[in-house]
Design a protein around this ligand. Structure first.
Ligand SMILES: Cc1ncc(COP(=O)(O)O)c(C=O)c1O
Length: 359
């Protein structure tokens, strides 16, 4: 019934961190399981994050950890998930998880969801009777849109599916349920031979990809849809905006018509998974010269230098996982020391790590 296109994607199993953080404790990967009657499986009641940890000369460094965890807390608040985790506890747990893995670089996935109380089960839509469960896992994830994508760019389409409307499902919450819309966009794109789909908002303006924000380069100006176009407020999007400011590139948040994609000089996606991925065609119409454009290259270069710790970031963007708090900061970097109680409640050793503004 369905074409096989796209089914080979993600077929190679990634390297996985064999422990998972669960509500303050580390458990084995194989023990991180839920009951099939859990509320989340039936009603989509989860919120989550996607965070990259990069390999640097000073060991693994988590990119914009606090901002991701703040968005995680915001998503939980929107969905009235009354948990007890603080920003610092979640950040510490993530750092501790990476430290316990042998991964030099990885993708970190915190998730909070409505589970099942097996003693007193509740099966209705009302989420309140169901207990919450919080997990953080990690694995090594390669290039999200293909190995060549970062250099050569990807071919994409405009989806027949619209993005969520602001008062149906809030796009600014990173909820699992939102990704049913993303899956429709992604499957349609893959089955039609494209790497990704771009969704329009309910008014017909450009919104975002199934898992990425989008940027349009017109002349020497960079444009991106505003939050009112039902986008996720991407951390990478914010990083691109700040990098543009540093590079002296004019960047504006604007409603963008679909046709503007076809006549733009350059286009690119931004996202934790996709990083900065150039777009070389939309609906089989070549964008600019059909490859990675000059401005995209410039922004991408700065972005990767920052994530590798080789360029001064505009803020405290890297959290070094293995840095010892007692090690003096000889390079003039701004160092913030965080004493973590790594796994929240009742954990053994206190662990220290540094957040450096720059490398
Ligand atoms: C729908 C959607 N938009 C945008 C993004 C980019 O957000 P970020 O840069 O924070 O990863 C993502 C990825 O998380 C996403 O899933």
């Amino acid at each position: 019934m369905f074409s096989k296109d796209g089914k080979a994607k993600d077929a190679t199993p990634p390297r996985i961190c064999d422990v998972v953080w669960h509500d303050g404790k580390f458990i084995k990967w194989n023990d991180a399981r839920v009951h099939v009657m859990s509320h989340v499986l039936h009603y989509g009641s989860s919120i989550f994050e996607g965070i990259r940890c990069y390999s640097t000369k000073r060991g693994p460094a988590v990119f914009r950890l606090k901002e991701h965890m703040q968005r995680f807390l915001n998503s939980a608040k929107i969905y009235r998930m009354d948990h007890t985790w603080s920003l610092d506890q979640l950040c510490d747990a993530s750092v501790d998880l990476v430290r316990r893995s042998d991964l030099e670089q990885c993708y970190i996935r915190p998730i909070l969801f409505r589970s099942l109380d097996e003693e007193r089960p509740a099966f209705g839509v009302n989420p309140f009777p169901n207990p919450l469960a919080c997990y953080i896992g990690a694995w090594d994830w390669g290039k999200y849109l293909g190995d060549d994508a970062i250099e050569k760019g990807v071919d994409v389409c405009v989806s027949t599916w619209n993005r969520l409307t602001p008062n149906s499902m809030p796009a600014m919450a990173k909820s699992g349920a939102n990704y049913m819309n993303s899956q429709l966009i992604k499957m349609e794109a893959l089955l039609n031979g494209f790497a990704e789909g771009i969704a329009l908002d309910d008014r017909g303006y450009v919104s975002e990809g199934s898992g990425e924000n989008i940027f349009v380069v017109s002349g020497d100006v960079v444009l991106t849809p505003p939050l009112s176009s039902s986008i996720l407020a991407g951390i990478t999007r914010d990083s691109v905006i700040q990098i543009c400011h540093e590079l002296g590139i004019t960047v504006k948040e604007r409603s963008i018509q679909r046709a503007a994609l076809y006549v733009s000089d350059e286009l690119f996606f931004s996202g934790t998974a996709a990083e900065i991925t150039p777009i070389r065609s939309v609906d089989r119409i070549t964008v600019g010269a059909g490859g990675r454009g000059k401005i995209t290259t410039c922004i991408q270069k700065a972005f990767f230098e920052i994530t590798k710790g080789e360029r001064v970031a505009p803020g405290d963007w890297l959290t070094y996982v293995n840095a010892s708090a007692s090690k003096p900061d000889n390079n003039g970097h701004k160092v913030k020391e965080v004493i973590s109680t790594p796994s929240g409640a009742g954990n053994e050793s206190a662990v220290k790590y540094q957040t450096a503004a720059t490398e």
